[in-house]
Ligand binder design. Structure first.
Ligand code: PXP
Length: 238
């Protein structure tokens, strides 16, 4: 079965809309795990638009919460990661003005920086991952840089599926990327924009070990609750 990581950034988005403490992302993390999530993902953005440093500190202190920290590739974030010691780190690209993470990392441009960060995290036994587009070349570079996992950006295929457009070419790209990464013994994850339909399509590919889903799960929970929504996703990825 594919593991499900639940991204709780948007619980913090709702909390921050009022500048108070409710809903509490820490409580959401505990509740998501109780409801069947395998891990919790949070993205500490440079502008702290949702998850903040205090959230990270509180969540990472509870070692019963398997925590995946998404972060930009810079020295400041590396220091924060090393101080908080999450179980997993996924390096993501970050632009101040984007609404959400728009694409995979530009590995060619940031090789040296990413290599140094991965090396430090690997030495601390934090499981490392790179958020990349489904490209053979990027998987090759990920291996070269020492990443233990890659997370394939599923934004494009998710959009095509939602718009009922032909997604065969994108699916083929993802399939080839999964096969190649597995050959190189890199663990494959997938995430971004995923919903019930996308999970159904992608769970048919063999070789993906983890899905990381945020916006859809939190949004759907408004209608059906976190417990039911997580159960529905899990039904799709069996
Ligand atoms: N995986 C990564 C690396 C991400 O950056 C994000 C978005 O923060 C997600 C998964 C979750 O995407 P979504 O909120 O669209 O499900």
């Amino acid at each position: 079965m594919i593991r499900l990581g639940v991204n709780i950034d948007h619980v913090a988005t709702i909390r921050n809309a009022r500048g108070e403490n409710h809903p509490d992302p820490y409580k959401a993390a505990e509740f998501a795990l109780k409801s069947g999530a395998s891990s919790i993902t949070i993205h500490l953005r440079e502008d702290r638009r949702h998850i903040n440093d205090k959230d990270l500190k509180r969540i990472s202190k509870n070692k019963k919460i398997p925590l995946n920290l998404e972060m930009a590739a810079n020295k400041k974030m590396l220091k924060i990661a090393l101080n908080n010691n999450p179980n997993f780190v996924c390096i993501v690209p970050e632009k101040r003005k984007e609404i959400t993470t728009e694409g995979g990392l530009n590995l060619k441009k940031n090789k040296k920086k990413i290599y140094i960060i991965l090396n430090k995290l690997n030495k601390k036994k934090i499981r490392t991952s790179l958020f990349i587009n489904p490209s053979i070349n990027d998987i090759m570079i990920s291996k070269e840089l020492g990443a233990k996992c890659v997370e394939l950006h599923t934004g494009k295929i998710s959009n095509l599926i939602k718009k009922k457009l032909n997604y065969n070419d994108e699916l083929k790209k993802i399939k080839n990327a999964v096969i190649y990464a597995n050959k190189l013994k890199i663990e494959v994850h997938a995430g971004h924009g995923m919903d019930y339909k996308t999970t159904r399509v992608l769970s048919k590919l063999k070789g993906i070990r983890e899905f990381n889903i945020g916006h859809f799960i939190i949004g759907e929970s408004i209608f059906f609750g976190l417990k039911k929504t997580i159960a529905n996703i899990k039904k799709n990825i069996k």
